[in-house]
Write a protein that binds this ligand. Structure first.
Ligand SMILES: NC(=O)C1=CN([C@@H]2O[C@H](COP(=O)(O)OP(=O)(O)OC[C@H]3O[C@@H](n4cnc5c(N)ncnc54)[C@H](OP(=O)(O)O)[C@@H]3O)[C@@H](O)[C@H]2O)[C@@H](O)CC1
Ligand SMILES: Nc1ncnc2c1ncn2[C@@H]1O[C@H](COP(=O)(O)OP(=O)(O)O)[C@@H](O)[C@H]1O
Ligand SMILES: [K+]
Length: 510
């Protein structure tokens, strides 16, 4: 499913009208009806006192349509209109008249206070004050109205996007509605999934409004759902053997940081890599040996951490692997930085670079574009800040564009972890993940993700697909863990649920 910016959602409406000849009023009718019909399974409209709060834009127009359908569903309805009615477009004006002709009361208010008696009595509030047309900071009476909506006990359903939320960033423009449900119309918008917009949005429902899918085929940002992931997962047929499912080599760990390497290895095991090896340092290897009988642990060198002079032997060893991962727990010694540089500049197959591997890449100023391998970088915001020189807040402000710009410029796959994780592809497109939960904000989750993505690449997927499938699967395993333990499940608990998550994805058609 596409994920749109303000400009793209406007473009989509424009394409619908100019290229397909769909009148604005038809789209608005579909939109207003969808809000009520999508909510039918979540609320009982029968007898519910429903206040529809309309602004003077097309979002308000949708609201006038919803008023009719809510009444049709048995609700007692009332419309509150705030703003200068002369600003209303033709379709919105028409639907206001229609509603009034059907006997639906429309109360024009100048001050928020005038709406108080209705709003506090409401069972359901439909928020149609401001949609994607939000122009600047919300102040004065509209801000006060939003604050009252947020103060009521009513079930709040936002039309298209919670009023006051900035479509492109998910930040409130001063203040924004805290919805229980939001019905996204025609497309899901960036603000619905970017924090804190995801919290204002409440439960996100989507409804098409009649615009053909072809109209948005070339849009560059997509939300990842099960339907997108299932076709990418390789099917294991009866005659599959371990040699067919790839060999992943994980260069990880150092003295005192053996756990990170084991967690990456564990991720690979449960994600179905054919064979997994951990290659670590002399001091770390004995501690890792035998922890997972399925993982081959070997060492290069005798010391506590990787050094530049080990790179040659490591590259020789790496010839046996289809994919390598470098980084978890390797530490930040100067020598280790040089080791990573040599590895990344010389390995010719797929490389996943994570954690201290990313630190090394930033320190050594590796020129990713001139590296011979296919790179997948998996930074969290802090690591990405170091790589780009941007601050963490600058990245959060434009999480999607920051990821896609970087991957396009450096021709690699970038997994910018967090809520939500964004995957930038070398061609400038990007994916936004929909799985995962705050219970995953615990040490070692990222190491496991590295193993999962590595396992996918080893099983023959392209770097882009490996990242998409790995991130989605890892998040889904987290969601399965959170079903019983919202916070406090271990990385190991998540890893053990990876096979179940995988089965859930592939069994979708049954
Ligand atoms: N286009 C289409 O074909 C279709 C569009 N559709 C729907 O239309 C929505 C987009 O409609 P839009 O572009 O008319 O703007 P919209 O979201 O109603 O906002 C304008 C209103 O907000 C107000 N306002 C703005 N900023 C403000 C601020 N800072 N502080 C205070 N007020 C502010 C502004 O006030 P004004 O400036 O006029 O005083 C005006 O009242 C879209 O989200 C979807 O729901 C569907 O029907 C399908 C077909
Ligand atoms: N609030 C959250 N919602 C969804 N996913 C999250 C959240 N917090 C963390 N995660 C996920 O957990 C993992 C944490 O990785 P990372 O920050 O590298 O941790 P570590 O370095 O401890 O391994 C990432 O995949 C990230 O997307
Ligand atoms: K709204």
């Amino acid at each position: 499913m596409i994920l749109t910016s303000t400009a793209e959602s406007r473009l989509l409406d424009k394409i619908a009208m100019t290229e397909y000849g769909l009148p604005e009023a038809v789209l608005m009718e579909n939109a207003g009806r969808a809000v009520v019909s999508r909510m039918r399974e979540f609320t009982d409209w029968e007898g519910a006192f429903t206040v529809i709060v309309c602004g003077t834009g097309n979002n308000g127009g949708d609201g006038f349509v919803s008023a009719r359908y809510a009444r049709g569903a048995g609700a007692r309805v009332l419309v509150i209109l705030m703003g200068d009615p002369s600003h209303m477009g033709e379709s919105a004006k028409m639907y206001r008249k229609t509603a009034e002709k059907m006997g639906i009361p429309v109360i024009e208010v100048m001050e928020a206070e005038e709406a108080v008696p209705y709003l506090y009595d409401a069972d359901i509030i439909i928020d149609s004050l401001i949609g994607t047309g939000l122009a600047s900071k919300v102040k004065g009476e509209k801000a006060a109205l939003i604050d009252i909506i947020n103060d009521t006990d009513a079930l709040v359903v936002s039309t298209d996007i919670p009023s006051g939320l900035v479509t492109d960033t998910g930040r409130p423009a001063g203040t924004a509605v805290n919805a229980d449900f939001t019905v996204a119309l025609g497309s899901v918008k960036r603000g619905h999934v970017l924090y804190p917009g995801s919290e204002h949005t409440g439960r996100l429902l989507f409804s098409p409004i009649g615009i053909p899918e072809e109209a948005s085929e070339d849009f560059p940002v997509r939300l990842l759902f099960r339907e997108d992931i299932a076709p990418l997962l390789p099917v294991r047929n009866q005659i599959s053997h371990k040699g067919k499912n790839g060999f992943l080599g994980i260069f990880a760990g150092s003295s005192g940081m053996e756990g990170a390497a084991l967690l990456a290895g564990q991720g690979a095991l449960y994600a179905g890599a054919g064979k997994t090896a951990i290659i670590t340092t002399g001091d770390a290897a004995p501690i890792m040996a035998g922890k997972f009988p399925e993982i081959m642990v070997s060492s290069i060198g005798n010391g506590p951490h990787f050094t530049e002079d080990m790179a040659e032997a490591a590259l020789e060893k790496a010839k046996a692997y289809d994919v390598i991962a470098i980084g978890p727990g390797i530490g930040r010694d100067e020598e280790t930085v040089k080791f990573v540089k040599k590895m990344v500049e010389n390995f010719e197959k797929t490389i996943i670079l994570d954690a201290d591997g990313l630190y090394a890449a930033a320190e050594a100023k590796i020129d990713f574009k001139s590296c011979p391998g296919r790179l997948i970088l998996t930074p969290h915001v802090g690591e990405f800040a170091r790589l780009t020189g941007l601050s963490a807040s600058e990245i959060e402000e434009k999480r999607i564009d920051a990821a896609s710009d970087f991957s396009k410029k450096n021709r690699l796959v970038l997994v910018l972890k967090g809520a939500p994780t964004v995957i930038g592809l070398p061609d400038g497109r990007s994916y936004v993940n929909t799985t995962g939960n705050p219970g995953m904000a615990t040490g070692g989750m990222g190491d496991t993700l590295t193993g999962v993505i590595g396992a996918m690449a080893a099983q023959g997927m392209s770097p882009s697909s490996s990242a998409a499938v790995g991130v989605y699967l890892h998040g889904l395993a987290g969601d399965l863990a959170a079903e019983t333990t919202p916070v406090g499940y271990r990385v190991t608990d998540l890893a053990r649920l990876l096979p179940k998550a995988r089965a859930q994805i592939t069994e979708m058609d049954e």
